[in-house]
Design a protein around this ligand. Structure first.
Ligand code: IPM
Ligand code: MG
Length: 361
């Protein structure tokens, strides 16, 4: 099957890191039988510059047609003053909502070669392998009503709505249980049920699923403040975690840092049929954009997730993961994962090294 891959590199370091991931895709196509075609389109600030909107209509149309989407990152200070609906982040949120990519998988895996790069003690993080399943199209990110309004006393107030329907909770819960079933059959659901009604319903529905459909999976519940603490205290107690859009946003950044660098972590955002958008979990890093120093590995590993979850090519995904491991073994590091005395390379050298390792395997 010839797959169509939409490539949306976005803003900041996005174009640099996506270029390296494309080298990997081209290598897989030329040498390992990947049958795919690629099409590019602007999103985020780049979409605004090209077409006056962070998610131009043709970009959304391309994303809808594609079998999978590779996204770089969106955002930058030059667009922060725009009205909210035109800001780069709306490009990303619009893709997530428009394509119903409700299930966001964010693995946090510590490469043994990078144990030194973590700010936590090696014994706390060595062997770490967590999967955070974040609900991505609901909750406070999308709830209505929302806005900034005037009160009777003349003060303004900002407001958002945290809302989840039973079916939204059920579908993300099912995704997470199914993933847990393929791993160690342990799932921790994170909420704030001691304070929020929305979380109370969340907990009830997840518990029900556990009893009725997934009694083979060991389920526990944790309040989000405790989960944040436990993630830095004893992260290896977790295997699969499932949580809401906003809690998942926050916890996945914390989990990422356990692994040494947010520059290492890929993600997949899936709909109910396995179509997906793949992106590094880090942002557009405008402070280092254009310098050729960003770490492309999260984006390259996102291609690996794409091959596994959307293109049904687990063998090629494994090749990418092995190649990244080999490159780390060889001692190459971008600045974000460097430790004293180690060879620091730029974005393109890192991408080239992964391609060379792929060819060598
Ligand atoms: C992420 C990012 C996004 C989010 C931003 C850029 C809108 O932080 O993917 O984690 O909050 O979801
Ligand atoms: Mg985030």
């Amino acid at each position: 099957m010839n797959s169509k891959i939409a490539i949306l590199s976005g803003d900041g370091i996005g174009p640099e890191i996506v270029a390296e991931a494309e080298k990997v895709l081209h290598c897989l196509k030329q040498e390992f039988g990947l049958s795919a075609e690629f099409e590019h389109a602007p999103v985020g600030g780049a979409g605004y510059e090209a077409a006056g909107h962070p998610l131009p209509e043709p970009t959304l149309a391309l994303a809808r047609q594609a079998d999978a989407i590779l996204l770089g990152s969106v955002g930058g200070p030059q667009w922060e003053q725009l009205e909210r609906g035109l800001r780069p982040e709306q490009g990303l949120l619009g893709l997530r909502a428009g394509l119903e990519l409700f299930s966001n998988l964010r693995p946090a895996i510590l490469y043994p070669q990078l144990a030194d790069a973590s700010t936590l003690k090696p014994e706390v993080v060595s062997g770490l392998d967590i999967m955070i399943v974040r609900e991505l199209t609901g909750g406070i990110y999308f709830g209505e009503p929302r806005g900034i309004r005037y009160r009777d006393d003349g003060q303004r107030e900002g407001f958002n709505t945290l809302v989840y329907s039973e079916s939204e909770i059920e579908r993300i819960g099912r995704s997470a249980f199914e993933i847990a079933r393929k791993r160690s059959r342990r799932l921790c659901s994170v909420d704030k049920a001691n304070v929020l009604e929305c979380s109370e319903l969340w907990r009830e529905i997840i518990s029900g699923l556990g009893k009725d459909e997934f009694s083979d999976v060991e389920l526990c519940h944790m309040y989000v403040d405790n989960a944040a603490m436990q993630l830095v205290r004893e992260p290896k107690q977790f295997d699969v975690m499932v949580t809401t859009n906003m809690f998942g946003d926050i916890l996945s950044d914390a989990a990422a840092m356990l692994t040494g660098s947010i520059g290492m972590l890929p993600s997949a955002s899936l709909d109910s049929r396995g179509k997906g958008m793949y992106e590094p979990i880090h942002g557009s890093a405008p402070d280092i954009a254009g310098q050729g120093v960003a770490n492309p590995l999260a984006t390259i590993l996102s291609v690996g997730m794409m091959l596994r979850y959307s293109l049904d090519q687990p063998e090629l995904a494994g090749r990418i993961e092995d190649a990244v491991g080999k490159v780390l073994d060889s001692g190459l590091r971008t600045p974000d994962i460097a430790s004293p005395g180690i060879q620091v390379v730029g974005t393109a050298e890192m991408g080239d090294a992964v391609v060379a390792a792929l060819r060598a395997v």
